[in-house]
Design a protein around this ligand. Structure first.
Ligand code: URA
Length: 239
């Protein structure tokens, strides 16, 4: 839906409304290659919008994948400790991005960040059964008994019922892939600890159709591609 160009540009968090008005007056804002004349001009957020020759993404929401490193909290802010938001530039932090689901401080791997609350809510809803795949290294060796126990749905020591989960031993069983359709507190660690195989290291590899880009070093991030976003949307709409 068309929006005022000054609103679209200031919503990116990079410029104030006043700065946008100045940019427009100075002829530095182009839409589809044509200089914008007035701040109240309307344009489609998906149009080609450039400021000083640089393309600016004015889509209403931002979606990015981060390779979460160990040692940061999956939170938006914390009084004492660094969070994953500290890895992002100011203009993205100001947009109010948040992580979709949490990883523990020592867990690494795929983290989706967005400001699209509706999509995040749908992805996290247990009703959607979105698979989350983790690679775990354990103290011990997982075996077929563990696979069967997880497939049946574990009941943890505190009475917590877990949904059936997938477990695939790798190599000698000291590593495994574990697939969950929910996200209870410390779930992978608690499930494997309940089987007597405590987790030594944990990495999330995928969430629904979204797979960690192994080209991203720990701490690096990138925007989702159009295809990745389309596949996430299809997942939550049941497509
Ligand atoms: N399960 C855990 O135990 N920790 C995580 O960070 C994610 C899933």
């Amino acid at each position: 839906m068309p929006e005022r160009i000054d609103k679209l540009l200031s919503a990116t968090g990079r410029w104030s409304r006043k700065e946008v008005r100045d940019l427009i007056r100075q002829g530095r804002v182009l839409v589809e290659g044509r200089p914008v004349q007035r701040p109240e001009e309307k344009c489609d957020p998906t149009a080609s919008i450039q400021v000083d020759g640089q393309t600016v993404d004015c889509s209403p929401f931002v979606y990015l994948m981060l390779h979460k490193p160990a040692g940061l909290l999956s939170a938006t802010k914390d009084a004492r400790q660094k969070t994953v938001l500290d890895l992002l530039p100011d203009h993205l932090r100001r947009r109010g991005l948040f992580p979709v689901g949490r990883l523990d401080k020592d867990t690494v791997g795929l983290l989706l960040l967005t400001d699209d609350g509706a999509l995040a809510h749908s992805l996290l809803s247990p009703k959607r059964h979105v698979d989350k795949v983790y690679l775990a290294r354990v103290d011990g060796w997982v075996d077929q008994d563990d696979c069967q126990a997880l497939a049946a749905g574990l009941v943890l020591g505190d009475g917590t019922h877990c949904l059936p989960a997938g477990l695939k031993p790798l190599g000698d069983g000291s590593a495994c892939l574990i697939t969950l359709q929910e996200g209870k507190y410390h779930q992978v660690k608690r499930m494997l600890a309940a089987r007597g195989k405590p987790v030594l290291a944990l990495k999330r590899l995928s969430m629904g159709p979204l797979t960690l880009d192994e080209g991203l070093e720990p701490g690096a991030w990138r925007l989702l591609t159009g295809a990745e976003l389309a596949s996430l949307r299809a997942t939550v709409s049941g497509g």
